[in-house]
Design a protein around this ligand. Structure first.
Ligand code: ITT
Length: 194
């Protein structure tokens, strides 16, 4: 089995990435905490490729990275690629979104989507695979649920009548941005000759 470095410092993302890659024929290993990559690109996929490539080169190993975030229609797509940098804790990030949407009480005005871009880099930093997944939903007026991470308690899926933070791991996987992106990348990873 070839080693594949999971290039994230976000514990919530890490749990999902490991679960979604658990049946792959790759030996997963976590990137060292001190190896951090600045996200200087202006797209999710650009930042996913950058993180995977820089970690791969630094460790001379295959690496996989995820760049993701929330895009709120009424905020012209914000926070988008700045989702992690929108405030300094998950609670403050949620409070900021709720405050910015306070003039938009109707669910029709609170439409949003999560985006996940994922990239796999070879040890020389070249990109071997990439994929993207999108999940549409609505931003609630107050958080609901305790599972998941990040913006999950305010991201509501009307067809399920649940937020991501109220869903089982399996339900989130089957409809989420990351579940979709990893379904595609897993097939690509399986096709790579190790
Ligand atoms: P790494 O770059 O180290 O992977 P990060 O947290 O900086 O970690 P991103 O730059 O991709 O990751 O930022 C993603 C932001 O969007 C971050 O605030 C997450 O909490 C949030 N996010 C991404 N996917 C999410 C999900 O499935 N549920 C809730 N929030 C999510």
């Amino acid at each position: 089995m070839t080693k594949l470095i999971v290039a994230t410092s976000n514990p919530g993302k890490l749990r999902e990435m490991q679960a979604y890659l658990s049946e792959s024929e790759w030996e997963l290993s976590l990137k060292p905490a001190e190896l951090d990559v600045d996200e200087t690109e202006d797209t999710f996929i650009g930042n996913a490729c950058l993180k995977a490539a820089e970690v791969a080169i630094a460790l001379n190993c295959w690496a996989i990275a995820d760049d993701s975030g929330l895009q709120v229609d009424a905020l012209n797509g914000a926070p988008g690629i700045f989702s992690a940098r929108y405030a300094s804790s998950d609670k403050e990030r949620i409070d900021r979104i709720l405050h910015e949407l306070s003039d938009f009480p109707d669910s029709s005005q609170r439409q949003a989507q999560f985006v996940c871009a994922v990239a796999v880099a070879r040890p020389d930093g070249s990109i071997a695979a990439r994929a993207e997944g999108i999940c549409r939903g609505e931003i609630l007026t107050a958080p609901r649920g305790t599972d998941g991470f990040g913006y999950d308690p305010i991201f509501y899926i009307p067809t399920e009548r649940l937020t991501f933070a109220e869903m089982s791991k399996e339900a989130k996987r089957s409809i989420s941005h990351r579940g979709k992106a990893f379904a595609t990348i897993s097939a690509q990873l399986a096709a790579i000759k190790q």
